[in-house]
Design a protein around this ligand. Structure first.
Ligand SMILES: C[S@@+](CC[C@H](N)C(=O)[O-])C[C@H]1O[C@@H](n2cnc3c(N)ncnc32)[C@H](O)[C@@H]1O
Length: 262
């Protein structure tokens, strides 16, 4: 039974890190005049109302995207700034776009989107929020769906994996799924988000991923101040493979945008 709901954490600093990274990747991938597939295993609900009681309860958006905006930390020409502005124009200033809405803002008519979400309420919200896009949405396990749909057409594409890590074995399971994925779809650009926690739960997962020796792989981590007392997450990490040329340098610029843990 899934209990995690991303609305409580939408717009937190980890979201800013993962979403700004996603926009950097998509800007590079869509610069070429060739179609691509965007496949997301854990899509959430696409749009999040930052005025809702749930979003306000944790203070994470206030310490995250709202602080980033009020301190003008995002350069005007950044792809995340442009995607946020486009979503804001359509949805209003209090609606925070999640990964699916940001991807929809940056993808072109010729690109394909496959979005997986397992939670019964979240998939309904996703289907509602993304109804004006060409996304195909599925209520299914994201890892099972990813392997079933791989390799997609077009083969050029990005897999975005943003789990809630609710299930303890997820850290061990991800490298096994990725090993299977690359056998089926070896050119997929892969982006996996993970939390930095004091217990370092992500370390064995990263070691296993690195042992797969995937081409052009890279990790990018940022640490940040806690959003509230008792907030366990001390930072955010992304593991990438098949990363396009030039993206690594652009990802490093996020270190100047995100407030650092002191
Ligand atoms: C961190 S949230 C996703 C947030 C979203 N990617 C965004 O940035 O807007 C993780 C989501 O994965 C869903 N989920 C959990 N386990 C899943 C699974 N095995 N397959 C698909 N979705 C799952 C949860 O219901 C939750 O909505």
């Amino acid at each position: 039974m899934l209990s995690y709901q991303h609305i409580y954490h939408a717009g937190c600093l980890a979201d800013v890190h993962k979403h700004a990274s996603l926009c950097i990747l998509l800007e590079t991938l869509t610069a070429k005049d060739k179609p691509l597939t965007y496949l997301e295993t854990h899509a959430g609900r696409g749009l999040y109302d930052l005025n809702s009681l749930e979003a306000q309860k944790t203070g994470e958006a206030a310490a995250g995207i709202l602080r980033i905006k009020s301190e003008n930390r995002l350069p005007a020409e950044h792809p995340y700034t442009k995607a946020l502005a486009q979503c804001e124009k359509q949805q209003g200033p209090n609606i925070y776009p999640g990964s699916a809405a940001l991807a929809a803002a940056l993808l072109r008519q010729m690109d394909k989107m496959h979005l997986m979400e397992l939670h019964p309420q979240e998939i309904l919200a996703l289907q509602h929020n993304m109804k004006n896009t060409n996304a195909q949405m599925y209520q299914r396990d994201g890892y099972e769906g990813l392997l079933a749909l791989s390799p997609p057409t077009p083969r050029r594409g990005l897999v975005f994996i943003d789990p809630s890590y609710e299930i303890k074995t997820e850290y061990q399971d991800i490298p096994r799924h990725i090993e299977k994925l690359v056998r089926k779809w070896n050119v997929a650009v892969i982006a996996i988000w993970y939390p930095l926690l004091p217990a370092n739960n992500h370390k064995p997962m990263l070691e296993r991923l690195q042992a797969l020796n995937l081409p052009k792989s890279f990790t990018h981590e940022v640490t940040f101040p806690p959003a509230n007392e008792g907030h366990g997450m001390i930072g955010s990490g992304m593991f990438y493979a098949n990363i396009p040329f030039g993206v690594e340098e652009n990802l490093k610029t996020l270190e100047n945008i995100l407030p650092q843990r002191v």
